[in-house]
Design a protein around this ligand. Structure first.
Ligand SMILES: [Zn+2]
Length: 82
């Protein structure tokens, strides 16, 4: 088995799917649990979530810090739509 075949096999084992970046709306190949097309978009989403304006806008987020260790990302897309 050469390097290329091994790489292809590894890639095929990973769950890859077409996704739309919730920050910039770009379509990209999401590998595993990747949610954003790039690192800058990920940082952008994190920054947005932390900014006081974003917290003021979401009164429905109260006990989110408890129990749920992972954000679903739904709130980001909902914010875009609204
Ligand atoms: Zn993006």
């Amino acid at each position: 088995m050469d390097k290329t075949a091994a790489g292809r096999l590894l890639a095929s084992l990973r769950p890859v799917s077409q996704r739309v970046c919730p920050v910039c709306g770009k379509t990209f190949e999401g590998v595993g649990r990747r949610r954003y097309c790039s690192r800058s978009c990920k940082l952008h989403a994190q920054y947005k979530r932390r900014s006081p304006e974003a917290t003021r806008r979401g009164p429905q987020r109260k006990a989110a810090s408890e129990g749920q260790a992972e954000p679903t990302g739904e709130e980001v897309s909902a914010e875009r739509a609204g």
